[in-house]
Design a protein around this ligand. Structure first.
Ligand SMILES: *Cc1c(COP(=O)(O)O)cnc(C)c1O
Length: 354
């Protein structure tokens, strides 16, 4: 005889969209790692983010969101939630006052991402929680950059943490996934409606790949964090780089806050290079170790020319380039990146002659 679930057995696995043992194993481990009571996994980071937001707002509510939030989240708020009359105010979250001033009578959610993933600006999480709790407003944070290893916002009073597991937890650039972690009551509340009915669930096969990634997560994070600091310090010495955006650097304007609320760094950073877009693209195409890519958190290094830095005061164009540092030997990466000296001194001379 096969042993099927009994019809009166609570929590038995009867249909995979509603619960699966492999996915549940991953959820248990994620909850422990993120210092939360319960986790719910999803097909992607965006599935987790949209479900987390949908579970907390109703038609006519008002959301406060950091203006440099992940572009998918911003588009979800602008194109999807706008249909249902949900209003959003975008704030520069570097000062908690901008958040406080944006609060309205119908504000029900403050959505954070610290640090943001292009300019790496932080929000003071403890201060944000204080402001939100005083008004009974829910807080959600996208914690993808720091990973559960280096920042645990639930312990600071944030209500829900979301992750794109596609990045550090998966870690091998071969799988998409997302998760929401928080108090059991909040997770149970969204599991039935926002998780099961929208259908963006994680498959057991994906969960098995995520469990494999998790086995080496702390080791990979330690290596990536160290290498990223080495590369950021190297970038900081290069004259044609106007600014290095990386919270791990002691020269980052919010370095002190970063050290107080994170115990390490993700390996994604950006530089503001004094160059045109075309020059930046030509240099990036010559790099041997850095593949072109939008993702991060994998074993190999990636680079992305994001675009021109909007800045009316500068007399030269400045291009934002984002780097995801991988598991390679940082000395090899620096040797590769050192082509920047020759490339830009030649180009600048060429520009003057031309
Ligand atoms: C990648 C990413 C997401 C979206 O995750 P997907 O798994 O691609 O859906 C959300 N937030 C941040 C910060 C990300 O880097």
């Amino acid at each position: 005889m096969f042993s099927f679930a009994r019809s009166d057995e609570p929590g038995a696995f009867k249909y995979s969209r509603m619960g699966n043992p492999t996915v549940q194993e991953l959820e248990k481990r994620l909850a422990v790692l993120e210092k939360g009571e319960k986790a719910q996994c999803f097909a992607s980071g965006m599935a987790a983010i949209s479900a987390a937001i949908l579970s907390t707002v109703r038609a006519g509510d008002h959301i406060i969101c950091v203006d440099q939030v992940y572009f998918g989240t911003r588009e979800f708020l602008e194109f999807f939630l706008a249909r249902y009359g949900v209003q959003v105010t975008y704030v520069d979250g570097t000062s908690v006052d901008t958040i406080k001033e944006a609060i309205r009578d119908n504000t029900t959610l403050i959505y954070l991402e610290s640090p943001t993933s292009y300019y790496f600006q932080l929000q003071d999480l403890t201060a944000c929680v204080q402001v939100a709790k005083a008004r009974n407003i829910t807080t959600i944070i996208d914690n993808t950059w720091a990973s559960p290893c280096y920042q645990n916002p639930l312990a600071m009073g944030i209500d829900l943490v979301v992750h794109s597991l596609t990045k550090y937890v998966g870690g091998h650039s071969d799988v998409l996934g997302g998760a929401i972690i928080g108090a059991a009551a909040l997770i149970d509340n969204l599991s039935r409606i926002d998780h099961q009915l929208l259908g963006g669930i994680m498959t057991p096969h994906t969960a098995s790949l995520m469990l494999r990634g998790m086995r080496t997560l702390p080791l990979r994070m330690e290596r990536l964090s160290k290498s990223a600091n080495v590369i950021a310090e190297y970038f900081d010495t290069i004259p044609c780089i106007r600014k290095v955006n990386f919270p791990g650097l002691s020269t980052h304007p919010q370095h002190e806050l970063a050290s107080s609320q994170m115990s390490g760094s993700g390996s994604l950073m950006s530089i503001e290079l004094k160059s045109t877009l075309e020059q930046a693209r030509a240099w990036v195409d010559r790099l041997r170790y850095f593949r072109i890519g939008l993702s991060f958190g994998g074993y190999e290094s990636l680079v992305l020319v994001v675009g021109l830095v909007p800045d009316m005061l500068q007399d030269h164009p400045v291009t934002l380039i984002r780097f995801s540092i991988g598991l390679e030997d940082p000395a090899d990466l620096i040797e590769d990146l050192s082509s920047i000296h020759q490339f830009f001194s030649l180009n600048m001379r060429h520009d003057k002659l031309g």
